[in-house]
Design a protein around this ligand. Structure first.
Ligand code: FUL
Ligand code: CA
Length: 690
């Protein structure tokens, strides 16, 4: 009797869905497509790390051409133990290594090419980085995965049928000798110019047929039945469609490439698509994927990383965060400090679910014991509340034992039965019992495996979630609410060319104070003042201190800004007004390029002043050109300084151009006598005068 009934309900697949089956409470029908168990397990990893390391690291390149000798790979030490312990401490569940990037250099001693670690000085040519890292991962309980670039700019056979065999043999080596792999990355960048064994040519291939991804996949699956595949033609996860660290607020796990008009559609997925293809957000902790000394000061801040977490994991996608290895063979100290502080913040944010002891009441519940409202706050994403067939809206109210402050809600659908919710509403009631909508900047659309919603802290005695539209009867696995601490970063102090001062913070609901230090040594300091709006800065102050604190984080983060002369009084005859603003806006990313052929900049002060130095910030843009390398400084026609910024190419941080002795004068001329790489244009990120 039982079997025919289930079949009549179309539930032949439900045995695999693992819910209790009884006549009075059949499992809800799946809303197709649904994930495989391997896809569900993968989604639960949430965060794991990417490691870009190889010849590019030593060539200071992002895309090596494939022509530099294998012996260039020469890390003095290579501490995989440091990588793994750092990444584990940062909450990462696995590591994916670039076993071979586009330059073709292999980090394992493959038999398929001479272009590998075996011809490098590292461990006297006896090293095997894939082995070392896979073993370290296993020792520390992390998953291990491989990135293998299909494109190979070193291989003479690339573009011809022989390369396909070489590529497959590389996959065979990697999938048989290094234990189980959780993910495999076939990168999408393909064909084009390269060294190709000396041919130094351009080669074009058809990425859909050239590599025989189908055959490669059979090999992958032989030893790794649960592996997730990125890229190629047989993938089980999808690229999120950008490398900036976010998924769409509306993000369906479903996708159909045959319906794709532009790759950026992957940012949102497709509501109506045939495949379960969940998104993976890949982003680097630095501007580049490989390590570059010149980016040492551009490591993402904790606040930025926290934001990325909310916009990836918090939007139904996994986060693959890249951590480049430096020339010493280590994750740089700054990066590892940020990673750990980031994870500590995330842990603190989601430690204490204020709804854990709440009582749950639903508008409607499917009959039977398995689908009760209390399943949404049992801390188990395998149990869920479900509504009767045919109902596509529903609401659930969670009443807390006592009123609590919350600023964060986490929702999870029971995705084994498909992703259903299209939109929802969130309301909160204080002790008085009147529900009002939670005010949030987030759009309350899809949920999927996980959705995180942030808002200003509110007092909650009860929380009501209403699913307003869904693709099928609602199956909700978890509803949680938290009070996450504010991320407190040093505030940013900025002055525009009219001498207005702006102090900003990434923390919401923060309290900002500032203090001005007078130019005249004898004068007394101002007291700390509350900052509420931009203010005009008169000439008589040299330094601004600012500090930020917040209600949910009692620490204080402080910043200092040295002022220099009032910029509203400086004229720049070579530059149009909008460029002058960029020159003095305290932002090294807004870059001024001097007009064609101009190699000097005149700064005219309103009256003669004592001048002791100029601070020059090179352009902070990625791959910027035109940094000043050699310069001369004149005041009222007299040469007062000259110098060379020897390391500016690799370390483009603000530098002080000091005068030999301070002089009194009105007209400053900065003459550029050499740019980095001798390019004709001159660029300046920012400038100030002291
Ligand atoms: C891209 C590559 O071209 C980049 O170098 C990097 O490996 C990134 C993760 O994928 O397609
Ligand atoms: Ca549950």
């Amino acid at each position: 009797m039982k079997q025919p009934l289930l079949l009549a309900l179309g539930l032949c697949a439900s045995v695999a869905l693992g819910q209790g089956l009884s006549a009075q409470s059949p499992t809800p029908k799946p809303v197709y497509p649904v994930p495989t168990q391997a896809q569900i397990d993968w989604q639960r990893l949430e965060t794991y790390a990417f490691i870009h390391f190889g010849l590019n690291t030593f060539n200071d390149l992002e895309w090596g051409y494939g022509n530099t000798p294998a012996k260039t790979f020469a890390p003095p030490v290579l501490d995989v133990e440091q990588w793994v312990t750092t990444l584990k401490r940062a909450g990462m569940k696995g590591i994916i290594l670039t076993a071979k990037h586009h330059d073709g250099f292999c980090l394992w001693p493959t038999k398929t090419t001479e272009y590998s670690v075996k011809n490098s000085p590292w461990k006297g040519g006896k090293g095997d980085l894939v082995k070392d890292l896979s073993e370290a991962c296993r020792r520390h309980g992390l998953r291990f995965g491989i990135y293998l670039s299909p494109w190979d700019r070193n291989n003479a056979n690339y573009g011809f049928p022989e390369y396909q065999k070489i590529f497959h043999e590389q996959i065979r080596e990697l999938t048989t000798n290094y234990g189980e792999l959780f993910e495999y990355w076939f990168d999408g960048a393909n064909g084009g110019t390269g060294w190709y064994g000396g041919a130094d040519s351009a080669r074009k291939i058809d990425p859909l047929t050239y590599y025989d991804y189908e055959g490669a996949t059979k090999m992958l699956l032989r030893n790794n039945p649960n592996i997730m595949i990125f890229g190629g033609t047989t993938h089980t996860i999808r690229w999120i469609g950008n490398e900036r660290g976010w998924a769409g607020e509306t993000n369906w796990a479903m996708y159909d490439e045959s319906k794709q008009k532009h790759y950026t559609q992957a940012q949102w997925g497709m509501e109506d698509a045939s495949h379960w293809l969940p998104g993976e957000v890949d982003v680097s902790i630095r501007p580049g994927w490989f390590y570059h000394h010149r980016e040492d000061h551009q490591v993402r801040s904790v606040a930025n990383l926290v934001n990325i977490y909310y916009e990836s994991v918090g939007r139904n996608a996994n986060l693959l965060l890249n951590c480049p290895i430096n020339l010493d063979g280590k994750i740089p100290a700054v990066d590892s400090a940020r990673l750990i502080a980031w994870h500590d913040h995330i842990k603190a944010s989601f430690r204490d679910n204020k709804l854990r002891k709440a009582t749950a009441r639903a508008s409607a519940t499917r009959p039977g014991r398995s689908f009760q409202p209390r399943n949404v706050n049992d801390g188990n994403s395998d149990t869920y509340w479900a509504v009767p067939d045919g109902e596509k809206t529903a609401s659930i109210t969670l009443t807390l034992p006592r009123e609590e402050l919350i600023n964060n809600v986490a929702l999870q659908e029971y995705i084994a039965l498909g992703q259903r919710v299209r939109s929802f509403a969130l309301e909160v009631a204080g002790r008085g019992g009147n529900f009002r909508p939670i005010e949030t900047k987030d759009s309350l659309t899809t949920i999927g495996y996980k959705r995180l919603i942030r808002f200003e802290a509110v007092k909650a005695k009860a929380l009501r979630l209403t699913i307003t539209d869904a693709r099928g009867p609602v199956c909700l696995a978890e509803v949680a609410a938290y009070l996450a601490p504010e991320v407190l970063e040093a505030p940013r102090i900025r002055r525009d060319s009219r001498d207005s001062v702006y102090i900003t913070t990434t923390a919401r609901n923060a309290h900002i104070e500032y203090q001005l230090v007078p130019r005249n040594v004898g004068a007394t300091h101002n007291l700390w003042k509350r900052y509420t709006a931009p203010f005009y800065l008169p000439d008589d102050f040299t330094t601004i201190h600012a500090r930020v604190s917040s209600a949910s984080n009692k620490d204080k983060a402080q910043a200092t800004y040295s002022v220099g002369y009032s910029l509203s009084k400086v004229k720049t005859p070579e530059l149009a007004d909008d460029l002058r603003t960029k020159l003095f806006d305290g932002n090294g990313y807004s870059t001024v390029t001097l007009p064609r052929g101009v190699r000097a900049l005149t700064l005219e002060l309103d009256q003669p002043r004592r001048i002791s130095s100029l601070t020059y910030t090179p352009s902070q843009q990625r791959d910027a050109r035109g940094h000043i390398q050699r310069y001369k400084l004149y005041v009222d026609g007299q040469e007062v300084a000259e110098g060379e910024l020897a390391n500016i190419k690799h370390n483009p941080i603000p530098v002080s151009l000091e005068l030999k002795t301070p002089v009194e004068g009105r007209t400053i001329r900065l003459v550029v006598t050499k740019t980095v790489d001798d390019v004709p244009e001159v660029t300046i990120g920012d400038l100030s005068i002291y």
